[in-house]
Design a protein around this ligand. Structure first.
Ligand code: GUN
Ligand code: FE
Length: 426
């Protein structure tokens, strides 16, 4: 489809590298065929005459990517926050997710979720549904209508879950997944893609993991799951998979850990040397979810180490471990958690900077979708226009200072407009 060429004018800010912001005050961001053509202080001769949308003094940033969020958990955010992971799953999460068997409930609850996501600064997201195919298709319909660029998974669970939220066998889970994939293909979505979603090792038998690998290969699908989040969970995986060298190895044995299988693992709070090495070698993406890690008393991931070692790291809101889909809050929380880690646990890893968390929420996580999350040439033209007037200050601030305040104080109220692949979606 031929897409028009146009430019946005305003205060452009992005991170090509995690160490510093690229800032072009009152610059032009040129879109050609849905991609970034270039960013420039003055409109070049060849582009004179193209439509220019003047955003005034507003900030223009790349669309953000949420690498890990549970759509069915949106409804019960902020409940059960005194519990640790495994208790919280049993007490709050599984009963809530079971409600999505009811299509009417799913339509209502996912309607609220999609509406909030649309208003946020998030353009791309990797999203967990539930084990229910029909509800997951409803979620995908709503996200497609919202214009967001997403990967969505029907969750697989065939063990260690209550009867009301467990698929009857590995075979049944795999068959349901294949059927769901056929239904997704029939829908002909433009922006909504399926992603395999074994919940985590404790919920999936070895047999199911083997079947999921077959499905992964048949369809060249990516996968998303959870890894090394909580000490009790990690000990349990050791019991369940005595043959594995470490938690990540129990995915890798089935070929579901990066390499030819693009993979996102949420958390990685307690990943040891071998696990880190394997993730690096296989290009596994880490979704750092700082608010969830605090709320569920999980711990603090050594994110600076991952960044310095060149691992792929993005940010996740992990609703409802996290209470908000707002990725500006996730950026601030990542900085705050890293400061406590530095002061209390390990002073060899300096706290994260505003540049680094911005990078993770934009180009870092965006890389799971290809060239997304930056304004370098040929990147997807995903842009968020931020009106920070509500955060006004009596004195003029630099663009960097304004960005820093948006990180700590901003939410959907600051989102003035939003573009995905050059298309205005808000
Ligand atoms: N591990 C397995 N399931 C979940 C979940 O729903 N949330 C979080 N934070 N961790 C999990
Ligand atoms: Fe999660």
């Amino acid at each position: 489809m031929e897409k028009k060429t146009f430019a946005l004018k305003g205060n452009i800010i992005f991170t090509k590298e995690k160490e510093h912001f690229e800032i072009i005050k009152q610059g032009y961001l040129i879109c050609e065929n849905g991609k970034v053509r270039e960013v420039c202080p003055v409109l070049p001769e060849t582009f004179r005459g193209i439509p220019v949308e003047d955003m005034g003094d507003r900030l223009i940033l790349p669309g953000l990517t949420d690498l890990h969020i549970h759509a069915p958990q949106y409804a019960f955010r902020s409940l059960g926050m005194d519990l640790e992971l495994l208790e919280w799953l049993e007490t709050n999460t599984f009963p809530e997710e079971a409600k999505y068997k009811d299509s009417e409930y799913a339509a209502r609850a996912y309607g609220i979720f999609a509406k909030q996501m649309k208003k946020s600064a998030t353009v791309r997201a990797c999203i967990f549904g539930t084990i229910h195919s029909e509800a997951t298709l409803t979620l995908m319909d709503l996200l497609e209508q919202a214009g967001l660029r997403t990967m969505v998974g029907k969750v697989n669970m065939d063990r260690n879950s209550p009867d009301y939220l467990r698929e009857p066998s590995a075979r049944a889970s795999a068959d349901a997944t294949r059927e769901w994939l056929r239904a997704v293909a029939d829908k002909g979505y433009h922006h909504t893609r399926p992603i395999l979603t074994p919940r985590f090792i404790p919920s999936c038998t070895d047999e199911l993991m083997e079947l999921l690998k077959e499905i992964q290969q048949e369809n060249s699908l990516p996968i998303q799951s959870h890894l090394s989040e909580n000490p009790g969970e990690i000990a349990w995986v050791k019991e369940l998979c005595p043959w594995s060298a470490f938690y990540g190895d129990s995915y890798d044995r089935f070929g579901l850990f990066g390499g030819d299988c693009p993979t996102i693992m949420a958390h990685c709070v307690y990943s040891g040397e071998e696990e880190v090495e394997r993730m690096k070698k296989r290009g596994v993406f880490i979704a750092h979810c700082p608010e969830s890690n605090t709320n569920l008393s999980s711990g603090v991931a050594p994110v600076r180490r991952y960044l310095e070692e060149g691992l792929c790291v993005g940010l996740g809101s992990d609703v409802a471990g996290g209470t908000t889909e707002n990725l500006f809050a996730a950026m601030a929380q990542a900085i705050q958690a890293s400061k406590l880690r530095w002061r209390l646990l390990d002073d060899s890893l300096k706290p994260l900077t505003a540049e680094e968390v911005f990078f993770m929420a934009s180009k870092g996580g965006g890389a799971f979708f290809g060239k997304a999350g930056s304004f370098e040439p040929d990147y997807a033209f995903d842009a968020v226009v931020i009106d920070d007037g509500r955060l006004s200050h009596p004195q003029p601030l630099s663009i960097r200072e304004r960005m820093e305040r948006v990180i700590y104080l901003g939410d959907e109220r600051e989102v003035y407009a939003k573009y995905a692949d050059g298309e205005k979606i808000l």
